[in-house]
Design a binder for this molecule. Structure first.
Ligand code: NAD
Length: 421
């Protein structure tokens, strides 16, 4: 384990702005336009009391940030965690604005978060916290204004509580206010697997580009939650060998390949991948550095840095997580010829199927999983091709290319709408 990686002091918002400036320079964006696009449109901070099971009343802090909304309503997940900060939420909202633009779906960017430790809270406490937070942010969320979704430590149950709370205030059911809901209340087929499915679609394209067969390719995944565990299953089904998996407690490695469904059962019983018997134990950050062909960071921001980028052995990095690679690490990886499929493209399958869910809720007519997957593949492949073309045109990495494509689309929408009044 490399402690220096863990302790690297990274501010995700500074990182997001740095990435933005690189693309803005290349696009020759005017300073006036940069000022508009570089900061969020709205930042809402809410402090709200929640009754705990022991009778105490604890005040929590939450955020909802909307980045640019010139291309459509704001869209983005809500995360719960002890380390959530406003700067993290601002960065994630900005990345959402670029993500929806890079895949060409009509949304702006948003993100929300609550500082809490969900692992130490009962389901009843989490429900009360969620309903109160939903009420606090209901002044800016809504099916036509800002549509939340699950993110780290939130899930379809949390979305159901938000949908119910919002609907109670409206006086009628309003399924389109959130995505990632259970199927029984207007969720979409394919939403659960969407992020990982999108990661697989773009990785197929990247592998084709460098002439690497996916059959037998060695895959290492950091993070074994929603995105990571499903990616493990899908890449395993694709014929890849899953050589390493990790979570916050540590990692496991087997050069002959791990069986994702069996590791998932172990995790469900033990709460971690750690202790899985048919593997060697590795440190919490080692999944990033094991010998592999494809690395999928699927945990959190700022994990691939100037300190460890040189030790990454993969040929392709498919960023299921948001913001896993720092700008300094990007440069090192580009020089090493590592293909980094940037987060705003690689993990856009989630928001794309969220868009399908919102469309289905609004039209009250639902598609089957085959239709969803087919539509998702068209969008992911088209977006990959557009980003790859731009990267070739400018001889740059795919992050810069994706940001240029996305930012130019948002800038164009901002320009054509004009400045009010
Ligand atoms: P999750 O909470 O379900 O899973 C996160 C996993 O990462 C857990 O297994 C956790 O133990 C592990 N983890 C956290 N910090 C770690 C660390 N430092 N080292 C190793 N493991 C660590 O969350 P998720 O929904 O799977 O999201 C993971 C990432 O993917 C986030 O960056 C999120 O923003 C991004 N993402 C998720 C979706 C989605 O649909 N779930 C969509 C787009 C992007």
């Amino acid at each position: 384990m490399h402690d220096e990686v863990k302790s690297a002091a990274l501010n995700p918002y500074h990182m997001a702005v740095q990435q933005f400036e690189l693309a803005a320079d290349k696009l020759n964006l005017s300073e006036d336009m940069r000022e508009i696009l570089r900061q969020p449109k709205r930042e809402l901070t809410v402090n709200f009391p929640v009754r705990l099971d022991n009778g105490r009343i604890k005040t929590f802090t939450g955020y909802r940030v909307q980045h640019n909304v010139n291309r459509g309503p704001a869209k983005g997940g809500i995360r719960y965690g002890p380390d959530v900060t406003l700067d993290e939420v601002k960065a994630l909202a900005m990345w959402m604005a670029w993500k929806t633009a890079v895949v060409g779906i009509p949304f702006g960017g948003a993100k929300g978060g609550v500082i809490c430790d969900p692992k130490k809270m009962s389901p009843a406490e989490l429900e009360r916290l969620t309903r109160r937070y939903a009420t606090e942010i209901s002044i800016i969320i809504g099916p036509r204004s800002d549509i939340p979704a699950p993110d780290v430590n939130t899930n379809s149950q949390v979305m159901a509580w938000i949908m119910d709370t919002y609907s109670m205030h409206e006086g009628f059911s309003s399924p389109a206010v959130v995505t990632g809901k259970p199927l029984s209340i207007g969720g979409s087929e394919g939403r659960n697997d969407a992020t990982a499915t999108g990661v697989l679609f773009v990785t197929r394209q990247a592998a084709k580009r460098i002439g690497m067969p996916l059959q037998g390719a060695r895959v290492s995944i950091q993070g074994f939650g929603n995105a990571g565990s499903i990616a493990a299953r899908l890449f395993h089904n694709e014929g890849c060998k899953i050589v390493a998996l990790s979570d916050t407690r540590g990692g496991i490695y087997n050069e002959s390949g791990l069986e994702p469904s069996s590791v998932l059962r172990h995790k469900q019983e033990q709460g971690s991948v750690v202790g899985y018997h048919r593997a060697q134990a590795i440190g919490v950050h080692d999944a990033l550095e094991v010998p592999c062909d494809i690395l999928i960071p699927a945990a959190t921001e700022g994990v691939i840095t100037a300190t460890n980028a040189d030790r990454v052995l993969a040929r392709i990095i498919a960023e299921a997580a948001n913001g896993p690679t720092t700008p300094e690490a990007d440069e090192i990886l580009f020089k090493k010829n590592v293909v980094v499929i940037p987060d705003i493209l690689a993990n856009a399958g989630g928001v794309t199927v969220s868009y399908f869910e919102w469309v289905q809720d609004i039209q009250s007519f639902f598609w089957n999983v085959e239709e969803i997957t087919q539509k998702l593949e068209v969008i992911m492949n088209r977006s990959f091709a557009a980003v790859a073309e731009k990267a070739d045109q400018y001889s740059c990495n795919m992050r810069l290319a994706a940001n240029m494509l996305a930012i130019s689309r948002v800038a164009e929408a901002t320009q054509v709408r004009g400045i009010y009044p």
